[in-house]
Design a protein around this ligand. Structure first.
Ligand code: ME8
Length: 495
């Protein structure tokens, strides 16, 4: 049976239009999903929108719309973002869907049945933007530590989940499984927090109407964070066959929501007896050193960027420029430099150059026996591929891409060394040179396909070859099996 792999992004708040941070998370997740497919995995890839809660309710009111209409419209924008960025998700989930209401209610009932829910009163500071209760200690100058905004004070009757009961076992599991939370810095932070006393979690809201009713007390709704996390089970039709085949997940999320995805989510899962998922944390994108913020006008539209520079240039840039797991800075100048240098000059020119040479050659495109193996482009290729795979396994996406780029650079150097434009049009050495270059390009197309799917498709189109899998990344015996024909430029320079 084909091996299964489940990867998810966070589900975004449809309270405003998407931003570059959302785009970045989707692109990173898509690269990993596509790489797994190249390895032969059957991939379930979920993304979507987190539609309930006070923040959304207020945003809808402000826009003069019903919450339902409001979230549908904004979620459509997120779907459009995925289309533009070429995100190969297999499920787009909205938490307003019936299937999610059912799963969320089912899990909350399970928690209650396990004796993990009790009634009490909650009093304390609340940040509507985070939809999170804080303690006075968490606040910075009396403001929300994430949003730097004034918090509201709430006092209400509430149901609590016995999170404290699972504190020790979760800490032990994280200790024993060094890969469970990645990168190490985030893992350590969570472990430190889990060593401090932990309060039980308020899981219901009396005054929030826009949410999923609490099944055993319908005048309340389920705390939005708690039901949002459950989307990962809804998307697998929990507890059905798909769930049994694809769980556990790998959740790709940003640094601000690690606590929710570990302490909170892990305790819920422990309570209902489900294996803990892996949590992989990417960094935050800043703009010229400042946090993205619509209010302060520090904002950049990923769809506009994609129109201006191409989707693949944006995907390439974000992965190549920002070490995965670290924060990074976005600048158009840096994007242009990589587009004009690496994409146009290294890869685009290589393809056009090789296919122009193919037009001049008149013979079989095949290797000749006397060409020295060390000089050929498949020399040591196996080891290079192992190294690229290792980098991908370690989630060093930027290093993997750099090593793939070394293959592109080697092909350019090989061309310069052989000076094929000086060959007679029937010279077998010409055929040997082209064979090397075309095979290298076919392999490059496979390797870049998770990062730049459209570019890979265009290379294959011009080589007259079919898209391959990772196992096809070796030189095939000659003559070259394809119908190479020069087409459009892969990339265009932007000044
Ligand atoms: O947190 N750079 O939704 P969200 C990189 N609904 N990533 C960023 C970013 C930035 N500047 N800004 C945000 C939520 N993100 C919840 C999630 S999941 C059950 C519920 C990331 O729309 C952020 O870290 O605020 C998160 O992973 C995702 O975008 C959605 O953020």
């Amino acid at each position: 049976m084909t091996k299964k792999f489940f990867i998810s992004t966070a589900i975004d708040y449809p309270s405003a239009r998407f931003h570059l941070g959302h785009a970045y998370e989707k692109i990173c997740t898509d690269v990993i999903a596509r790489w797994k497919r190249l390895q032969g995995f059957d991939v379930h890839f979920s993304t979507g929108t987190d539609c309930h809660g006070l923040k959304i309710e207020r945003a809808a009111r402000k826009a003069g719309k019903s919450p339902d209409k409001f979230v549908n419209e904004i979620s459509e924008g997120f779907r459009e973002l995925c289309r533009v960025l070429n995100i190969s998700y297999t499920d787009f989930i909205m938490t307003t869907e019936q299937r999610h209401r059912k799963v969320a209610a089912k899990i909350v009932k399970q928690l209650k049945k396990n004796g993990d829910i009790y009634k009490g009163t909650y009093e304390g500071p609340y940040c509507v933007d985070c939809e999170t209760y804080y303690t006075e200690k968490d606040l910075i100058d009396g403001k929300c530590p994430v949003h730097d905004k004034k918090v509201e004070t709430v006092k209400e009757e509430s149901y609590f989940f016995r999170m404290s009961k699972y504190q020790k076992s979760i800490l032990d599991t994280i200790k024993k499984n060094p890969d469970l939370i990645w990168p190490e810095g985030n893992r350590k932070q969570i472990m430190n927090r889990l060593r401090e006393p932990l309060r039980d979690l308020s899981i219901s809201r009396l005054n929030v109407k826009w949410g999923i009713p609490l099944p055993f007390d319908e005048k309340m709704t389920i705390f939005v964070w708690v039901e949002a996390l459950m989307n990962y089970l809804t998307t697998l039709d929990y507890p059905g066959r798909k769930f049994r085949e694809f769980w556990p997940a790998i959740h790709i999320i940003g640094t601000d929501i690690v606590w929710h995805h570990t302490a909170i989510w892990y305790s819920i899962l422990e309570s209902i007896g489900i294996k803990l998922p892996r949590v992989v944390v990417h960094g935050f994108i800043n703009l010229k050193g400042e946090k993205l913020s619509k209010a302060k006008g520090i904002n950049i539209d990923p769809v506009e960027l994609s129109k201006k520079y191409s989707t693949d240039a944006l995907r390439y840039f974000l992965i190549r420029e920002i070490p995965f797991g670290e924060d990074g800075d976005f600048s158009e100048e840096a994007l242009r430099a990589r587009l004009n240098g690496e994409l146009v000059s290294d890869l685009g020119n290589l393809l056009t150059r090789v296919l122009t040479l193919v037009e001049k050659y008149d013979g079989k495109i095949e290797p000749i026996s006397e060409s020295s193996p060390k000089e050929n482009l498949n020399y040591n290729l196996k080891n290079k591929l192992i190294s690229i795979q290792n980098k991908m396994d370690k989630l060093e996406l930027h290093h993997a891409l750099n090593e793939i780029w070394n293959l592109v650079r080697e092909a350019n150097k090989f061309t310069n060394r052989r000076v094929p434009w000086q060959f007679e049009k029937k010279d077998p050495k010409f055929g040997d040179t082209l064979y090397n270059l075309l095979e290298a390009l076919r392999i490059i197309a496979i390797l870049v396909s998770p990062f730049m799917p459209e570019t890979a498709e265009e290379i294959n189109k011009q080589l007259g070859t079919k898209p391959g899998m990772l196992k096809d990344c070796e030189f095939r015996p000659g003559p070259f099996k394809g119908r190479p024909k020069k087409g459009r430029y892969l990339f265009t320079k932007v000044k």
